[in-house]
Design a protein around this ligand. Structure first.
Ligand SMILES: Cc1ncc(COP(=O)(O)O)c(C=O)c1O
Length: 386
């Protein structure tokens, strides 16, 4: 795969290595949004079918991306917090007494479980990584596996850790959760799009993904796979469009007791958003065309020299077997001040994130070797000068 920068409007003098924060906008996603806004100049052209067709296309595309059995297994939501609140509302609290999460997990995937634990007298088991760097990823995964037992109600993780990119072995963790009859819930926001995932293989009950990072969509749209164990559940809100026969606009006051089949019942109100949905569709089409495995390979190859070379300057990075290629954290040598590094990065228009004590680097297909060389040079210089 070649660099895809031409499909974006990124200036040459900025080195954007921060897709974990917000992806830049693909030109064709921008165009879809503009067309969506303009559509309201001629409201008579928006027919009842439009309330369904694009939403269903979006479901199909996301289902293909995560290998969900059916487009109807996908719900259209506004945020990860909404998706996880939906899951929390629909699990059977009698099935166990503990909820397992990883240490320093993204807050949307923590607060939902804290609240659930308070309301149901459950215990939150937070599994932290070991202190040192030796076999850190492997040991962290082992600790998570060991934390799951017959008392576990639910395991909630990311596919990778959102600050340092540590990979979680979802296949084995999912199998252990399933063997213990625990729910398995994944926040895919920092991986889906750039790293292949298969909800059937990992046996997930739910996979929730914000659209504005690795899916390259707009802000305020999230896609969720909610599997068979949740599909009889109660949605957070009672939207008319998720009820049976809502396609028949003349019959909307023939109030229905039943919902649409599958996970469609969990859609947010006004999910047919005529601006965001077409943008998200264009973004997913592009990602499916590139394919996540190619995106992953591109990022791995782009950063290989940097990752091999940085330890010589005192930086620490997770072992390659336990980290993803599209996002990884590096820890600074003790002599390097974060403030000095940040200043140098700003001076050179290099955009990365600082999360805790790690600098998070998250390239994507619009990045070129020049972006990585600029970053590498700054990291080497601050380490030498420290
Ligand atoms: C791992 C992860 N999950 C979720 C989100 C966004 O959550 P929400 O949609 O609830 O704002 C982020 C944003 O940075 C994230 O990094």
């Amino acid at each position: 795969m070649d660099c895809q920068k031409d499909l974006f409007s990124l200036p040459d003098d900025h080195h954007y290595l921060n897709c974990s924060y917000l992806s830049p906008l693909l030109n064709k996603v921008e165009e879809a949004g503009i067309q969506g806004i303009r559509g309201k100049h001629r409201p008579w052209e928006t027919t009842p079918d439009h309330f369904f067709e694009d939403s269903n296309t979006l479901r199909s595309l996301f289902a293909e991306l995560v290998n969900a059995p059916n487009a109807k297994d996908i719900a259209i939501m506004p945020a990860v917090s909404y998706g996880l609140a939906t899951v929390a509302n629909n699990i059977d609290a009698t099935k166990g007494n503990t909820i397992v999460i990883s240490g320093e997990q993204f807050p949307s995937n923590v607060y939902a479980w804290k609240r659930f634990c308070n309301e149901h007298s459950c215990k939150l088991k937070v599994v932290n990584p070991p202190e040192g760097f030796e076999d850190r990823g492997q040991q962290w995964n082992e600790r998570i596996l060991n934390a799951i037992d017959s008392d576990t109600l639910l395991v909630a993780l990311g596919n990778i850790h959102w600050t340092d990119g540590t990979l979680f072995d979802l296949k084995n963790i999912g199998a252990k959760a399933r063997d213990n009859d625990a729910y398995f819930v994944i926040d895919g926001t920092q991986s889906v799009g750039a790293l292949p995932i298969d909800v059937q293989e990992i046996k997930a009950d739910a996979l929730i993904c914000a659209g504005y990072k690795w899916l390259m969509g707009p802000y305020a749209i999230t896609l969720g796979y909610l599997g068979p164990r949740l599909q009889d559940g109660i949605p957070l809100e009672e939207g008319w469009i998720v009820r049976k026969n809502s396609e028949d606009f003349s019959g909307l006051v023939d109030y229905e007791d039943d919902y649409q089949p599958g996970a469609v019942r969990f859609d947010m109100g006004e999910r047919s958003n005529f601006v965001l949905v077409p943008m998200m569709i264009e973004a997913l089409k592009q990602i499916l065309d590139w394919r996540p495995q190619n995106i992953q390979a591109y990022c791995e190859q782009l950063t290989a020299d940097l990752e091999r070379g940085l330890p010589d300057y005192g930086y620490q990075i997770e072992d390659p077997d336990w980290r993803a290629g599209h996002m990884f954290g590096i820890r600074l040598p003790a002599s390097v001040s974060l403030k000095t590094l940040q200043h140098q990065l700003d001076e050179h228009n290099i955009h990365v994130s600082v999360r805790g004590s790690a600098v998070r680097i998250s390239p994507n297909v619009y990045n070129s070797e020049q972006d990585i060389t600029m970053l590498y040079d700054v990291l080497k210089d601050v380490a030498r000068d420290a």
